[in-house]
Design a protein around this ligand. Structure first.
Ligand code: HEC
Ligand code: HEC
Length: 330
């Protein structure tokens, strides 16, 4: 507990020296998956295609709606046959800027991530990747799309994941009021949001929520920025929200040191992505801010402070590109 406070004090000092960054207009492609408009178009079709699921009813977009918040806005997601998972679906907007994917960081890249849900029994429920490839191969209209994207018609799970990854790297939301403020438009933030910006620095939030995505320092791909959550015990909040039931990164690594470690979550577009936290147990942003201050920093915020911090968080809602549902290949 004492070590924790010291570590946080050091972090706060480091964080206050950070310059704020606007959201970059582009996410860099990995060397092994250069993007092209043909690949993005293919990835978009696959992303919207429920035929990649066991029941033919669940697509990536069912849980990460890119015509809205990039999530399903449910506490935990419902996959094939109405089955529920254990975790809240994070938004896909700006996921490209995380150095690791998932609440526990168990996938390094968007490509690795995309292979998971199709064969997750409670998400898309396919028995294996061969079945996914067979389902896509059966649809004649996909063959020319793979040819345009990859040079030949071969369909395999890596190409499916690469196309989806390329599409997801276009899901960026630049030009939020905060970004415009950082770029020199001092009127872009309301007075309340400006007070909120000072408060998140002063209170210590930025010790963890720093960087482009407010999810920690910009680390190399594969290196996650994890913190214990809850960092400080609270029987009352535990009884109410049950945060400690999920062992976090431990579920992926089985190392004791990783128990209750979670990737620090982005603040971008947070006003759109309720309910909050890995188990989706907190319905409002006000309450999420109070819970964080209490459990991570042992602070009880005043109502006016919560109000201002929420005003700042709302200034992180960016401009979403308008995405029409594609005409799916037949
Ligand atoms: C049934 C709902 C459901 C479906 C279908 C689904 N996801 Fe997810 N997705 C989730 C949940 C829940 C998580 C968080 C799981 C975890 O962290 O353990 C998640 C995590 C992610 C993440 C990580 C984001 C982050 O911030 O770490 C990405 C990216 C993503 N999904 C993309 C996809 C893609 C691409 C597809 C289709 C191939 C897909 N999802 C299908 C529910 C779903
Ligand atoms: C010690 C590190 C740490 C500090 C300090 C911290 N956070 Fe967090 N924050 C996290 C972690 C880790 C998560 C993910 C928790 C989980 O597993 O649900 C998170 C999640 C959140 C979420 C929910 C995100 C979502 O998508 O559901 C909000 C909102 C948030 N933090 C706001 C704040 C605010 C405001 C402060 C300051 C009052 C703050 N945080 C301080 C580490 C921290």
């Amino acid at each position: 507990m004492q070590n924790f406070s010291i570590a946080i004090a050091a972090f706060v000092t480091a964080a206050s020296a950070l310059a704020f960054e606007a959201l970059p207009p582009k996410a860099a492609d990995p060397a092994n998956n250069p993007s092209s408009s043909a690949k993005i178009e293919l990835g978009k079709a696959l992303y919207f295609d429920a035929r990649l699921s066991k029941t033919g009813k669940v697509s990536c977009n069912s849980c990460h709606n890119v015509q809205g918040s990039g999530t399903d806005n449910k506490p935990v997601s419902e996959g094939v046959d109405g089955q529920k998972g254990a975790r809240n679906a994070p938004t896909v907007w700006n996921a490209a800027f995380y150095p690791v994917q998932f609440w526990d960081g168990r996938a390094a890249t968007l490509e690795d991530q995309a292979k998971g849900p199709m064969i997750n029994p409670v998400e898309m429920g396919m028995p294996n990747h061969d079945a996914v490839v067979a389902a896509v191969s059966k649809i004649q209209g996909y063959h020319p799309l793979f040819k345009s994207a990859f040079g030949d018609e071969q369909i395999n799970i890596d190409r499916i994941a690469q196309a989806i990854g390329a599409f997801e790297r276009t899901l960026l939301t630049p030009s939020s009021p905060f970004d415009r403020y950082v770029q020199g438009d001092h009127k872009a933030l309301s007075p309340a949001a400006q007070r909120g910006l000072n408060l998140v620095q002063k209170t210590g939030c930025l010790a963890c929520h720093s960087g482009t995505n407010f999810s920690g320092p910009n680390l190399p791909t594969g290196s996650g920025f994890y913190m214990r959550f809850p960092a400080l015990p609270s029987a009352a909040l535990e009884a109410k929200y049950g945060f400690s039931k999920d062992l976090g990164r431990y579920e992926a690594t089985h190392k004791d040191a990783d128990k209750h470690m979670f990737r620090v979550q982005s603040w971008r577009n947070i006003e759109l992505t309720a309910p909050y936290f890995h188990n989706g147990s907190v319905a409002t942003l006000d309450e999420a801010v109070r819970v964080m201050a209490k459990l991570q920093l042992n602070k009880d915020l005043k109502d006016s402070e919560v109000h201002d911090i929420v005003a700042f968080l709302k200034s992180l809602t960016g401009k979403r590109p308008k995405i029409e549902a594609p005409q799916l290949p037949q």
